[in-house]
Design a protein around this ligand. Structure first.
Ligand SMILES: C[S@@+](CC[C@H](N)C(=O)[O-])C[C@H]1O[C@@H](n2cnc3c(N)ncnc32)[C@H](O)[C@@H]1O
Length: 473
């Protein structure tokens, strides 16, 4: 029972004595003074933290941890400090226990408790960030950073969000913090580069300059060409078999050789159009995995994401991807589903602009048009959007001209409609589309500097003096 006659000055006096005893390493005496203080003044929540520290010094780790837990629950305003104390305690305990080869359950408990609180805030922040809810993500990540002010990755994430929210000055200051904290220079530099690239975009729009050296805005990389042997393309660890027409259906991928649904000539045509090797690639249409493997081996990209509405892909591709951190497959995604495309982009590319989008999926007009409207704005300035096999309705031969491409294509509108529209778009919106190159196999659309925040609406962007654009049927 507390002695309610205890005077405030006595309490202050006792507190000083406890602190001095603790500082002098006289922990038992400090504990006795603390017990006396509680006896005379009643429980004082902020002293639970001191009790915990004293118990810890006395080797009573379990009691110390309980006191910290209690303090943490009761003192919202002191949670950061308590958290840091616990982390430090956990760290030294961990080091001690690993030195003596012991496995102390209490230590594991400390560590997981501290790490959980931090990870939870971090995890919530990252999910919000990926979903594009930058403001809410900032709140969570800043809370996590307050708990762990030496985490350079967190500082870096916060900087990226600040930039996305338009706080450029604060973002740059935070990048500096991340750098000083000794985080991955490469990560910080990559993000800074992204900021600079965006600044270049903005400057380009301001200047409305057609002569901007766009290709040079992308940093250089490398192209690793395969050794070509007949229908096979060989890389040191994996090969590709070129299969077009019926062979695409008849041949199957294996662990070391993947079916590729395009010729080497088509790949060379693509290489000619790329200003530099693309770092961030989104591919539509996976089939038997050959193009995913080829683009990964050939461009060594920072990130390659491939989607398909089919949910079954060859297990050999799944194995290939699972051994690499830079590739992600997104299955069950329809290329016409703009919302799904946006979610995928935010999740996988975390807002970083794309260098190459390759549409080799349905080859249907409406679906391919929807993908273009959603994805073209997400390209970096100078980035390339490729629509493959656009001319199937014009291809020669009875299969295409008499049998109309079989059941798959027969009742479909020609994809050539989209290519006509893209050409007209280049003339109507020159700052958006810097150029269109039409080749017999594919069309290549180059992104201009105009900043577009939403999906394109081709109907309103293509100008024709108010008159309709004729359609091919
Ligand atoms: C021509 S294959 C892709 C070939 C592959 N890119 C290559 O070069 O080896 C077309 C792929 O697109 C997928 N696809 C068809 N329609 C689609 C749609 N609406 N959305 C997403 N994928 C689709 C098919 O399942 C198929 O795997």
């Amino acid at each position: 029972m507390a002695n309610t006659n205890c005077k405030p000055e006595d309490t202050l006096n006792k507190q000083d004595q406890i602190q001095s005893a603790y500082a002098e390493g006289n922990y038992k005496y400090a504990l006795r003074l603390l017990d006396d203080l509680v006896e005379s003044a009643g429980p004082i929540p902020e002293w639970d933290r001191y009790r915990a520290a004293i118990m810890y010094k006395l080797g009573e780790t379990a009691a110390a941890f309980d006191a910290y837990r209690q303090a943490f629950a009761l003192q919202a305003e002191n949670q950061n400090r308590i958290f840091n104390d616990v982390l430090m305690m956990a760290q030294s305990q961990y080091l001690a226990s690993s030195e003596f080869g012991e496995k102390d359950e209490q230590v594991t408990d400390f560590i997981s408790w501290g790490a959980n609180a931090l990870c939870e805030a971090k995890r919530r922040g990252e999910v919000l960030f990926r979903n594009g809810d930058f403001e809410a993500a900032l709140v969570e990540l800043e809370a996590a950073f307050a708990h762990c002010p030496t985490d350079s990755e967190l500082a870096n994430d916060i900087a990226v969000i600040l930039y996305r929210l338009g706080n450029t000055a604060e973002a740059l200051a935070m990048f500096q913090v991340a750098h000083k904290l000794g985080g991955s220079t490469e990560l910080v530099a990559t993000n800074l580069l992204e900021v600079l690239e965006h600044q270049i975009d903005v400057a380009a729009i301001d200047a409305a300059s057609d002569s901007l050296p766009m290709a040079e805005a992308l940093p250089p990389g490398r192209v690793v060409k395969p050794r070509i042997d007949g229908n096979y393309l060989h890389y040191p660890d994996v090969s590709l078999e070129v299969c077009i027409g019926d062979a695409m259906y008849q041949r199957n991928s294996s662990a070391d050789c993947f079916v590729l649904g395009k010729t080497w000539g088509m790949v060379e045509a693509l290489l000619k159009q790329l200003p530099t090797p693309p770092k961030r690639i989104l591919e539509l249409g996976i089939w038997k995995g050959g193009s995913v493997v080829l683009f990964n081996e050939m461009f060594v990209p920072e990130k390659l994401v491939a989607l398909d509405f089919n949910t079954n892909v060859t297990k050999y591709l799944v194995d290939y991807v699972s051994q690499r951190k830079n590739i992600a497959l997104s299955l069950g995604v329809d290329q016409a589903d703009k919302k799904a495309l946006h979610q995928l982009y935010v999740r996988e590319f975390v807002g970083q602009k794309l260098d190459l989008v390759l549409d080799d999926a349905s080859h249907f007009y409406e679906q391919s048009r929807a993908s273009f409207e959603a994805l073209f704005p997400l390209l970096a300035v100078g980035g390339i959007y490729v629509v493959e096999d656009w001319g199937w309705a014009q291809w020669p031969g009875d299969h295409w001209q008499v049998n109309e491409g079989g059941d798959y294509f027969r009742d479909r509108k020609p994809l050539a409609n989209l290519i006509i529209e893209l050409t007209l778009l280049a003339a109507s919106q020159p700052s958006l589309v810097a150029g269109v190159v039409v080749e017999s196999g594919s069309v290549y659309v180059r992104r201009g500097p105009a900043n577009i925040e939403s999906d394109l609406d081709l109907d309103s962007l293509i100008l024709n003096r108010g008159r309709p654009i004729p359609k091919l049927y």
